[in-house]
Design a protein around this ligand. Sequence first.
Ligand code: 2BA
Length: 108
Amino acid sequence: MKLIIAIVNNDDSAKAAYALTDAGFFMTKLSTTGGFLMVGNTTLLIGAEEDEVTKAMDILKSTCITRKQINPPTASFGVGTTDNCIPKEVTVGGATVFVLSIDSMEKI
Ligand code: 2BA
């Protein structure tokens, strides 16, 4: 059993979630915030059998788009002041995906 943790752009989250559930995956959607841009994103928790991971990854690849995003001035907390006053453009990946091996999953 694997736990797929996928951090996706809010704009792609509904499409990704719909496609995953439509393909038979069970999933939990969390509202999260990126530590760098400090803007909202979505984290999907997907429990999947090992042989289903590639299918989930393919769905994420087809539904989550890489895009440019502006880092709003003073958005990142803990970062120095001067440089942080200038908006910066960064490329945000379609999805940042972690795949973890898990010992067991139970529904009690
Ligand atoms: P954020 O932390 O808001 O980061 C947004 C984008 O800003 C990143 O896109 C990257 O292009 C840039 N960025 C992030 N940290 C940076 C840094 N220390 N220096 C320079 N540029 C930086 P992605 O890499 O595609 O990440 C999108 C979102 O995925 C992130 O939002 C964060 O919520 C999550 N993420 C990415 N890598 C992660 C990791 N290693 N651990 C946990 N979460 C991660």
